[in-house]
Design a protein around this ligand. Structure first.
Ligand code: SAM
Length: 259
């Protein structure tokens, strides 16, 4: 499944409140200063065309949302959606989300991190390019407030499994907590464009949530090394949403942006 051209952005649209460029920012990123108010902060890694960010910001005006997207055209397009809707509780950052999390975000300051359908980088020698790596999961754990959540969805079973194992071995986050699927009520009633694409093709989606425990508490049993396999398998079974497809070989998003 390849890329399609992005729709044109209205050149008169003012993106100054909705689009920042990472290379032009100085750390730290203080969300309350940018948004002009204190509110729980949610960060999305790899926003693509911005369906999640736009819907989430519209549905929860009490939270601030930041999407980080490395594809400059996609970051701009997602920002244009926010601007068109006048969503002043959300902005896009054009740049590398891994760097943003590592260098710009303070400890215990983020209510939720969202990672939806990250590029799978199929070839073994390219796997080190995956965003769900040791560095990012350490930063997610460091940046989340106690009780904060990591949301991770993918269509690639192997990536899902490997990430659950990484989270279990390298973090104290509790999980995987299962996430149920609900029927879409309209054409854009999906978490992201990639979720829409997968479900419309009858392909499986694997979903899990993780929670940062309060300081000084032990991780839940599900994150212990012994429980990892069973927990992961349960999560896969609980979250695999394609009831009728036998094709699990060609379900990957491939590197690139959503069309
Ligand atoms: C397969 S697409 C999924 C987009 C969107 N999350 C969705 O589900 O529709 C993955 C996106 O992550 C972006 N991406 C990849 N590496 C990134 C990084 N290090 N920082 C920010 N974005 C990244 C890609 O440019 C692409 O838009």
């Amino acid at each position: 499944m390849g890329r399609r051209a992005l729709p044109k952005i209205d050149p008169t649209l003012d993106l100054s409140r909705h689009l920042l460029t990472l290379t032009e920012l100085e750390p730290p990123f203080v969300a309350s200063r940018w948004f002009g108010r204190e509110a729980p902060l949610e960060i999305e890694v790899g926003s693509g065309k911005g369906l999640f960010l736009t819907a989430a910001a519209a549905n929860d005006p009490t939270h601030n949302f930041v999407g980080v997207e490395i594809g400059a055209k996609y970051a701009r397009f997602a920002a244009s959606r926010l601007a068109r809707r006048g969503l002043n509780n959300a902005c896009m950052i054009s740049g590398d989300a891994l760097r943003f999390m590592r260098e710009f975000i303070a400890n215990d300051s983020v209510a939720a991190v969202h990672v939806y359908f990250p590029d799978p980088w199929w070839k073994k020698r390219h796997r080190k390019r995956r965003v769900m790596n040791e560095g990012l999961v350490a930063d997610v754990q460091r940046c989340l407030v106690p009780g904060g959540r990591l949301h991770f969805w993918t269509d690639v079973e192997e990536y899902f499994q490997v990430t659950l194992e990484l989270l279990a071995s390298a973090t104290r986050l509790s999980g995987p907590h299962p996430v149920s699927e609900r029927p879409a009520e309209h054409d854009l009633d999906y978490r992201t464009h990639f979720e829409r694409r997968m479900r419309m093709h009858g392909l499986p989606v694997y979903r899990a949530e993780f929670i940062k425990p309060p300081a000084g508490t032990e991780p839940s049993a599900a994150t212990g090394p012994f429980a990892t396999h069973a927990a992961s398998t349960n999560a896969i079974n609980a979250n695999r949403t394609n009831a009728n497809s036998s094709d699990t070989n060609s379900t990957g998003t491939g590197a690139g942006n959503p069309s």
